[in-house]
Design a protein around this ligand. Structure first.
Ligand code: FE2
Ligand code: FE2
Length: 186
């Protein structure tokens, strides 16, 4: 499948940039959480960083026949202070994706009948909803100076679906099998 419309291609490149930066930012913030003696929040950041990698991977692959060098503009949250504040940055970034970015990208892909891009944007949108919630749970504890309680985190490598405790038999978003989930154990 190839991307035929310039606007969908632009959105895929921007989403790739945004997810790439989120991936790196969460790895950095995970290290900060570890140093603040919040290893579960650190692990949550690393698990979700992997989900953002899956999204970047999907967007990148959709653009496989669009070779060359492009300037990519994407929103990037900055700040590397204490974990409580970093989590606010994470929540803000996820909410931007949930409320504005992905709904608009998804509608555009649908309008332009770009099936592959539509799937990639849909996968990301569904995962980010879960991420926002998990980051809020983490922030509630971090604000009290405590680590969160967190079972094993499972991430679907196909769509980034993220779940705590046990992986489902089948990914509810993309249908991948339980065995495919990547685990981030305590
Ligand atoms: Fe996310
Ligand atoms: Fe999935």
């Amino acid at each position: 499948m190839s991307v035929n419309n310039a606007m969908t291609a632009d959105f895929l490149r921007s989403a790739y940039g945004g997810e790439s930066m989120a991936h790196m930012r969460y790895l950095i913030w995970g290290d900060v959480a570890d140093k603040e003696n919040m290893p579960n929040i650190g692990r949550l950041f690393r698990a979700i960083a992997y989900a953002e990698y899956a999204h970047a991977d999907n967007h990148f692959r959709e653009l496989k026949d669009k070779e060359g060098d492009f300037t990519v503009t994407a929103g990037a949250v900055f700040g590397a202070s204490k974990t409580e504040n970093n989590l606010q940055g994470a929540i803000d970034g996820e909410l931007h994706e949930i409320e504005q970015m992905y709904p608009v990208y998804l509608e555009t892909a649908r309008f332009q009948e770009e099936k592959g891009a539509e799937k990639a944007f849909h996968y990301a949108l569904e995962a980010e909803k879960i991420h926002a919630k998990l980051f809020k749970d983490a922030q509630d504890m971090a604000k009290q100076g405590k680590d969160m309680e967190l079972g094993t985190v499972y991430v679907c490598p196909v769509c980034g679906h993220t779940v705590v405790g046990e992986a489902p038999e089948k990914c509810p978003v993309c249908g991948a099998k339980k065995e495919m989930y990547k685990d981030f154990p305590a």
